[in-house]
Design a protein around this ligand. Structure first.
Ligand code: ZN
Length: 299
């Protein structure tokens, strides 16, 4: 049973007993039906890490960006980015543990000297400290989970579970659809208002190179070369790498397209996957998924 369920039980029991009885009750009686499950930040981190094949990943970027392992958890937020808005939402919900997929401070490795000198670092870290909030980035481990929590979360959201093989998660082969319809489908399912693409909107698409989030050209381009997909579907790419490779492929006569969803939008369902995992495995704690959303607009 989750905390919300227990609280409802407490409220229902209170109503049933009548307020006079409750007012007369010693506090210890109320405490007896409060949630007994308590979790620390470190216990929750370890529980997830132990569920990942191979366990703890050496040299991982999945470190605490705020708080410490011994903090008692009052509630959990999952999200793509621990933005100032997401932190404020956590404060509103009295949730002191945020699990984002991406960095809190603008670089993959985590803390860096240049980051700690920033005014916004001071602002964010003081806000977190004041409200006693811990942040644990879950990037490497959720990708190493089986199935990859991000890829499988996005595939489910796209309604493509039956076309997806978690053991071969770089590609997905769907029933043939023109590029235009594929783009409409992605926008509608992932709640994206506008996205960027390259290619002929009438091009039939069946085999999709599936790359939510970001990868460098040196990683993605050899996979495209090997898999020969109809379309490369990604979160973001360095514009001077993979998109230029795809452009040259097109110009040399290969029918291939590219669709770029934006980083946050392309991986946000992974944070829903994480929220679901927590609800099933960390009993007694409120878990809320708060989308970070794409901050960029189009005009
Ligand atoms: Zn990712």
């Amino acid at each position: 049973m989750e905390y919300t369920g227990r609280r409802k039980f407490l409220i229902d029991a209170t109503k049933a007993a009548g307020s006079a009885v409750i007012l007369a009750s010693p506090i210890s009686n109320l405490a007896a039906i409060q949630p007994t499950d308590t979790w620390t930040v470190g216990q929750i981190m370890d529980l997830f890490i132990n569920d990942v094949p191979g366990g703890l990943i050496p040299n991982t970027v999945d470190v605490l960006h705020a708080g410490d392992r011994d903090m008692q958890v009052t509630g959990i937020i999952t999200t793509m980015f621990a933005t100032v808005e997401v932190i404020r939402k956590a404060i509103d919900l009295n949730a002191n543990f945020i699990i984002p997929h991406e960095p809190t401070y603008y670089n993959h490795a985590g803390k860096a000297d240049w980051v700690e000198g920033l005014d916004i670092y001071k602002f964010k870290s003081e806000l977190l400290k004041k409200h006693n909030i811990a942040i644990w980035r879950n990037h490497d481990h959720i990708h190493r989970h089986f199935p990859d929590g991000v890829r499988s979360g996005v595939i489910s959201k796209l309604g493509w579970d039956k076309y997806f093989d978690p053991k071969n998660n770089q590609v997905v082969v769907i029933p043939e659809i023109p590029l235009e319809k594929l783009i409409e489908h992605i926008k509608q399912k992932l709640g994206i208002t506008m996205l960027r693409y390259m290619g002929d909107l009438a091009q039939p698409c069946r085999k999709i190179l599936f790359n939510p989030g970001f990868n460098t050209g040196s990683i993605v381009i050899p996979v495209i070369e090997r898999e020969k997909p109809d379309v490369v579907l990604g979160g973001e790419f360095h514009e001077w790498e993979t998109p230029e490779y795809v452009r040259d492929l097109q110009l040399s006569g290969h029918p291939i397209s590219m669709v770029i969803m934006g980083h946050a939008d392309s991986e946000e369902p992974g944070s829903e996957y994480m929220a679901q995992w927590l609800k099933e495995n960390v009993k007694g704690v409120n878990v809320t998924h708060v989308p970070a959303k794409n901050p960029l607009s189009f005009m």
